[in-house]
Design a protein around this ligand. Structure first.
Ligand code: FE2
Ligand code: FE2
Length: 198
């Protein structure tokens, strides 16, 4: 799956959750709204993280309008994260919780639409299929890594103290060595790039 397809699929997943949420809201089903909120937050946290780690650093290399859109995107992620923090501190039966969830949903819908309609076409134009496929693989790997990290608390420390460095550690090394194209590299590619650079 190329990067744009993967991100669009994520957007569709979240849109589906939003529509289920609005049905639960209509029905006044507070328990379901609370459950959906947790699923929505976990989807949004992962999606924002992989965009910031893999997708935005590539997209901003296009420069010009793409750079502006990435800068705005990062700020929009920030606003959503602030809202998520405030919502998490409230209870679903609180009016402010519902209001903040409504605003969060509106913000995310607007943000996803802007990415799809304004930023994605820039990447389609600037990057070839191969590069978009590589970015897709890097996004999928980042997602997978987050999923396994969340499943096994302490797995990062285990990896850190074990023989094998994590992708994050390899990425940091690659960054120090200024390895070109590091943000779309898989863990194995990073390991190789870092080694060969000494
Ligand atoms: Fe985004
Ligand atoms: Fe997105």
């Amino acid at each position: 799956m190329n990067a744009l397809e993967l991100l669009r699929t994520d957007h569709e997943t979240v849109r589906g959750l939003f529509s289920t949420f609005s049905q639960a809201k209509e029905a006044g089903d507070v328990a379901q709204m609370g459950a959906l909120q947790r699923t929505i937050f976990s989807e949004l946290e992962t999606h924002a993280a992989i965009e910031e780690e893999v997708f935005y650093p590539e997209a901003e290399q296009i420069g010009g309008e793409a750079q502006d859109l990435v800068n705005e995107g990062i700020e929009e992620h920030h606003v959503v994260k602030v809202l998520m923090g405030e919502i998490a501190a409230l209870s679903p039966d609180d009016d402010a919780w519902v209001a903040k969830m409504t605003v969060l949903i509106e913000n995310v819908e607007h943000h996803a639409e802007e990415e799809e309609d304004e930023l994605f076409p820039q990447l389609r134009e600037a990057f070839g299929d191969e590069r978009l496929e590589r970015m897709g693989a890097a996004l999928a790997e980042a997602k997978q890594r987050r999923a396994s990290g969340a499943a096994g608390e302490g797995s990062a420390q285990a990896a850190a103290s074990g023989d094998e460095p994590t992708r994050d550690q390899l990425y940091e090394q690659a960054k120090e060595q200024d390895v070109a194209g590091r943000s779309t590299m898989t863990k194995d590619e990073l390991a190789e790039a870092v080694d060969s650079d000494g």
